[in-house]
Design a protein around this ligand. Structure first.
Ligand SMILES: Cc1cc2nc3c(=O)[nH]c(=O)nc-3n(C[C@H](O)[C@H](O)[C@H](O)COP(=O)(O)OP(=O)(O)OC[C@H]3O[C@@H](n4cnc5c(N)ncnc54)[C@H](O)[C@@H]3O)c2cc1C
Length: 508
């Protein structure tokens, strides 16, 4: 049985690649969390969209297909996550994948997750790639191949102009199986505990409360923000914290909700000398109509791509031996981005988004209430160390350098953001603290490992509890240096394999 709090994935914008600009605000299919105020971000609360539908966040994300750096997984292995080194996880990435470019040592073609090149390359994205090469970043035709560093074009989890979410890839083909029950609109409110064994799940629907009993085991896959919340509501977590809310402690596990890790980014934006950006489409009903017609008739045009066609992986300091910065090139720019709307600048412009991929800072997910329907309290650890600030400042300078190269010369007019307002180093740090946001890649709140801060073991079983696993982005010991959807799906594949192995071994 699969319990999903949100509805089925019938909203048409889910399946249109550029539709994520719509689902970003839709509270029917998006949890729309708010973080706690962050002292290190001038007291700001961050808006945290998360998918609330079949497919979860893979149904509303930006679809960039990136696995992270090979050494990220080797680091996990060195920390005690045996079986999670790069050579061990690569077969699960390949197994999940249906790569449009064909099969090779790194890519598979028989999996359900459709990975494709974007349907077109814009003049701006081509100019960006040329300019980043001129700025000293080597070309890279495949960020998920032998080498991550370099500049090039992103692949996305889509095919023929349709998003491929984890529900499209995995659930849809299995829906008619007689041994699968999918309940949508069913929010898990707690685990049924039989001593230190998970015996089932309590859930709430609009028709009332229900209980699902587990003959074998319960697998929690509610995501980095909700999985630790569900464990804590069920008495598994830091004992002192649970007692504050009157929750009987089943197992004092300090790592639950600790170690929240995420990428952090800002935007640099430049006014564009030619009307070739997506701002013109966003600002013109006529052009939107044209884009809609192109999509409906041929699954082509801007709606069939994600507006982030190209990018780069590089280092904030030449002494580093692996990328700690991702530069995402956007064919548009944002004048305003809030919880309810994104507004483009009313003129042609583009953005380069530096993302810090290896922050030191860790945060927490805690309860705000024992009410399972309340949001958890999310506190990030952004910008707490000198390195975390410095890396992003270096990222801004790299974006500026790229924008000044001959490749972008015909397009770059003045810098809109940060702009001259934030001149010196102190000014730029203020800009980062004032405008920086979560890159929506939160992980590690149910971290896998063997130490006292870990929550699950390398077979994803919750320490000290029988019949309970966690399988989602929350189990990453540290966030990988890249977008997190492909790794989350790899985790699902590996979890499935381990569940089957254990079932065979114990002959349930
Ligand atoms: C706006 C945005 C853009 C992104 N862009 C990219 C990108 O371009 N590329 C990339 O690789 N990654 C991207 N990501 C990140 C990536 O999508 C996520 O890291 C990944 O999908 C996380 O998967 P998950 O399985 O851990 O959790 P989720 O996909 O969030 O799944 C959790 C599921 O559990 C359900 N759930 C939660 N609580 C309960 C409950 N109590 N009861 C029942 N169901 C519950 C949720 O509704 C959801 O369906 C983006 C994220 C966001 C928010």
């Amino acid at each position: 049985m699969l319990l999903e709090a949100g509805p089925a994935d019938i909203n048409p914008w889910i399946h249109v690649p550029l539709g994520f600009s719509r689902t970003y605000f839709n509270s029917r299919i998006n949890w729309k969390y708010d973080s706690q105020p962050h002292p290190q971000l001038q007291g700001r609360q961050l808006y945290l969209p998360r998918g609330k539908t079949l497919g979860g966040t893979s149904a509303i994300n930006g679809m960039l297909y990136i696995r992270g750096h090979h050494s990220d997984y080797d680091d996990w292995h060195r920390q005690g996550c045996v079986g999670w080194d790069w050579q061990s996880v690569l077969p699960y990435f390949r197994k999940s994948e249906d790569q449009a470019r064909g099969e090779d040592d790194f890519h598979g073609v028989e999996g359900p997750l459709k990975v494709s090149d974007q349907p077109y390359r814009s003049v701006l994205s081509e100019a960006f790639v040329a300019a980043s090469e001129q700025a000293g970043i080597a070309p890279n035709p495949d960020f998920n191949g032998a080498e991550q560093a370099g500049t090039g074009y992103y692949q996305i989890t889509a095919r023929d102009g349709r998003r491929c979410s984890s529900a499209t890839a995995y659930l849809k083909p299995a829906r008619n199986r007689r041994n699968l029950v999918v309940k949508t609109g069913a929010q898990a409110t707690g685990l049924v505990m039989d001593g230190r064994r998970a015996a089932g799940v309590r859930y709430r629907t609009s028709a009332g409360d229900g209980v699902a009993s587990a003959r074998r085991e319960v697998i929690v896959s509610a995501g980095t923000l909700a999985s630790p919340q569900l464990l804590m509501l069920s008495g598994i977590g830091p004992a002192d914290h649970l007692r504050q809310f009157g929750i009987p402690v089943v197992h004092d596990l300090v790592g639950v909700g600790s170690n929240l890790h995420d990428h952090f980014n800002v935007y640099t934006s430049f006014r564009c000398a030619q009307p070739v950006s997506l701002n013109e489409v966003n600002n013109s009903p006529l052009r939107q109509l044209w884009a809609g017609m192109q999509y409906v008739v041929a699954r082509k045009g801007p709606l069939a791509a994600n507006g982030m066609l190209a990018g780069a992986f590089t280092t904030s300091d030449p002494s580093l031996d692996r990328p700690d910065l991702q530069i995402v090139f956007l064919d548009y720019s944002m004048a305003e981005r809030t919880k309810t709307a994104v507004k483009s600048h009313p003129f042609p412009a583009f953005s380069l988004m530096p993302v810090h991929l290896r922050p030191d800072g860790r945060g927490t997910v805690r309860l705000q209430s024992a009410n399972p329907l309340a949001q958890p309290a999310v506190q990030f650890g952004f910008l707490q160390t000198e390195y975390d600030v410095q890396a992003l400042l270096a990222g801004i300078q790299i974006c500026r350098k790229i924008a000044r190269q001959p490749g972008l010369k015909d397009f770059t007019l003045d810098e809109i953001s940060p702009g001259s307002e934030y001149g010196d180093r102190a000014g730029l740090e203020a800009f980062v603290r004032k405008t920086g946001i979560s890159n929506s890649h939160a992980t590690s709140t149910c971290a896998m490992g063997v130490g006292p801060q870990s929550v699950v073991d390398p077979r994803l079983k919750v320490h000290g509890i029988a019949g309970l696993r966690v399988a989602d982005a929350s189990i990453m010991p540290s966030v990988v240096a890249g977008n997190t959807n492909a790794p989350a799906i790899m985790i699902g594949e590996k979890a499935a394999a381990m569940i089957l192995e254990d079932a065979d071994r114990h002959a349930f």
